[in-house]
Ligand binder design. Sequence first.
Ligand code: ATP
Ligand code: MG
Length: 181
Amino acid sequence: MLQRKGRDISKISRAFYIGRFQPYHIGHHTVLSSIAGEVDEIIVGIGSAQRSHEPENPFTAGERVVMVSRSLKSLDIDYYVIPIEDIQRNAVWVSHLRSMTPHFDLAYTNNPLVLRLFEEAGVVVKRSPMYQREVYSGTAIRERMLTGAEWEHLVPDAVARVIGEVGGLSRLQEICADDLR
Ligand code: ATP
Ligand code: MG
């Protein structure tokens, strides 16, 4: 019998998890670390993939793929990181996801809409708990980047490096600035 981690690989369990990851932070990473202990493979969906260069969505899908992929290297798990564009039609959102991803057996989320859409589509869903939400939130991190407060300790080292490489701090500050006179 072919085995991985002592389990029959013909019965690999694969989980799905989605976020916008603007940016990917320690809260997300804590959730994925915990999921990694429960399944064999994880699919991470990069939501609102088409959005970038906006105050609430400063980073491109490609930049977010690198943030998540490099961060997950430190976990003992096989993973796929897949950009998912918005379709503005919630009723068929799960079919849209499925057309873009490998098969998954269950999904983890704490978002009520995502939970509802998966349940209506017959997907097994597990709740992912919040980890220190008052500290680890994309909104709070972007706010810190704008005000010059420290933010690097709130994201995995790999994410801070990606943001540095792409000039993310100045990008966010410039796209939030008033028009030039
Ligand atoms: P934003 O403030 O920009 O919405 P966010 O921190 O909520 O950013 P998202 O990419 O929107 O991050 O979230 C993806 C998923 O991760 C959501 O279901 C969200 O509830 C969850 N999440 C966000 N912060 C945490 C956290 N600290 N612990 C656990 N899960 C979190
Ligand atoms: Mg959010």
